[in-house]
Design a protein around this ligand. Structure first.
Ligand code: ADP
Ligand code: ASP
Ligand code: MG
Length: 448
């Protein structure tokens, strides 16, 4: 029996209704293995807090008040459905955090206070869940993520420090098997409240899993694992039983919303399997992500939107061996990561997913050549153990896409990925055609 700690993360829909929270309480008690339980905010809460922050920034005072009241009413209903003997304590928790929300938004907007506003969702969900566990006499410790999860000056997680903070807490509660903490929220190098970006609770789970070298990291959500295509767009997708870390990392990075883009690397670094499971159907197999390579085939397709393509055409490219370095240095200077890259003799095309520094980037790049920018693009990414299918794959993929316009193609960067850049307006069509060509065509029985 493995007595190492397991991490279980439950997303917004998994805690978004009183019955769901009760189901989470059942799932974490299924066996005696010690567990770190990471919770998101109730579904819809972070979206509402983001909207409150936007109205606050725009100084729309009445709207802020109305939005806060609507969210407060939602929590009143939730409390009534969840708690009985601990109801008044739950009411006190909700009131405390809504007072904080009102206090924060009563003064002028700033980014640091906005991050504190965004943290209120996870702070409330974990406290309410802890009260529910108390009500049903289940022993658990609430460990504040703000005392555990931290980022350095570069925004990188301090995994070792997290382990040094968490291990003594666990050791000091030998009779406790359940440690509850918040996903998403953390402290930055200034000690301020910060977060791991939208969907970041998955990342919290893998960081804490890595920090304590957990036996596994379970991501419990509202679907039975990683599907072969985006189920919000493509009908008849199916769950994948196994993925390698590399394949899962590519899918998460290139848009499969089920996983925050950074979830995989901490698990991969410490070789901890990640399981994607369905809170509503806990007996479903889900997806296991591990270092085990699965046999060569195309596994899945994902798409990432809001991509910007930048083409830099150098008239002096021929023999100008310093050109690439200069281009990359500019991206480094603005700390803007590049997703895709393709080159020709006279030009290089790159993609980025963040327009914060776009104007400055373009101005700097214009020093080296003619620059053209295309916005509203999507990267469609085909993932699998592709090398063994090398010969037929490109042909199959391109044939499936048919006449759709393609702005860039990248293949060979890794054995797990082929990326195609298309206008977002055609993304749905491209996903459907690829699904048909790569996953369904083979299932059609041959003629005779
Ligand atoms: P949670 O709130 O539990 O973190 P998310 O909404 O962040 O859940 O992620 C789960 C959702 O991801 C699913 O409901 C599904 O619509 C979406 N999704 C997008 N692409 C995929 C995919 N390839 N496989 C499974 N789910 C996906
Ligand atoms: N609550 C945060 C969000 O909605 C983090 C998460 O759910 O993973 O983005
Ligand atoms: Mg999520």
């Amino acid at each position: 029996m493995n007595n190492k700690i397991k991490v279980m993360k439950f997303g917004g829909t998994s805690v978004g209704a009183p019955d769901r929270m009760r189901q989470v309480a059942n799932l974490i008690q299924a066996d005696n293995q010690p567990k770190i339980v990471v919770l998101s905010a109730l579904s819809g809460t972070t979206n509402s807090l983001v909207a409150i922050g936007d109205s606050w920034k725009a100084m729309k005072t009445n709207e802020v008040a109305q939005q806060i009241q609507r969210l407060y009413n939602h929590y009143q209903r939730f409390l009534k459905g969840l708690l009985t003997t601990e109801y008044s304590s739950g009411q006190a928790v909700v009131d405390l955090h809504f007072d904080q929300i009102k206090k924060l938004t009563a003064v002028s907007y700033n980014r640091s206070s906005n991050r504190e506003l965004l943290a209120q969702g996870e702070l409330m969900s974990t406290k309410l869940f802890s009260l529910y566990l108390k009500e049903i006499s289940v022993k658990a410790e609430l460990v504040p993520a703000l005392d555990l999860v931290s980022l350095d000056e570069d925004g990188e997680p301090e995994i070792e420090l997290m382990g040094e903070r968490l291990k003594p807490i666990i050791a000091s509660h030998p009779d406790c098997h359940l440690f509850i903490t918040q996903g998403y929220i953390c402290r930055n190098h200034l000690g301020e409240i910060d977060n791991l970006k939208r969907g970041g609770s998955d990342y919290t789970a893998s960081l804490l899993g890595a920090a304590i070298e957990a036996s596994s990291i379970e991501i419990w959500t509202d679907i039975d694992g990683m599907h072969n295509n985006d189920p919000r767009i493509v009908p008849d997708t199916f769950p994948l039983e196994a993925l390698s870390f590399n394949e899962a990392a590519e899918l998460a990075y290139f848009g499969a919303k089920i996983l925050h883009p950074n979830t995989i690397w901490p698990a991969q670094k410490y070789d901890i399997p990640v399981r994607l499971l369905n809170t509503m159907v806990p007996e479903a197999k889900g997806t296991t992500i591990s270092s085990t390579k699965t046999s060569g085939s195309i596994k899945a397709i994902a798409a990432k939107d809001s991509i910007i393509a930048i083409k830099i055409k150098s008239s002096r490219m021929l023999l100008a061996y310093g050109f690439m370095r200069k281009v990359f240095e500019i991206f480094e200077q603005f700390k803007v990561p590049i997703d895709m890259i393709t080159t020709s003799e006279v030009a290089v095309s790159l993609t980025i997913d963040d327009d914060e520094h776009l104007t400055a980037l373009v101005t700097a790049l214009e020093g080296y050549g003619e620059v053209a920018v295309d916005k509203n693009m999507s990267i469609v990414c085909i993932v699998g153990d592709l090398i063994s299918e090398e010969i037929g794959l490109i042909k199959k993929a391109l044939r499936s896409i048919g006449d759709q316009p393609v702005r860039m193609i990248s293949y060979g960067g890794s054995r797990n990925n082929i990326s195609i850049l298309v206008p977002t307006s055609t993304k749905k069509e491209v996903l459907l055609s690829l699904n048909q060509g790569l996953f369904q065509a083979e299932q059609v029985p041959a003629g005779d």
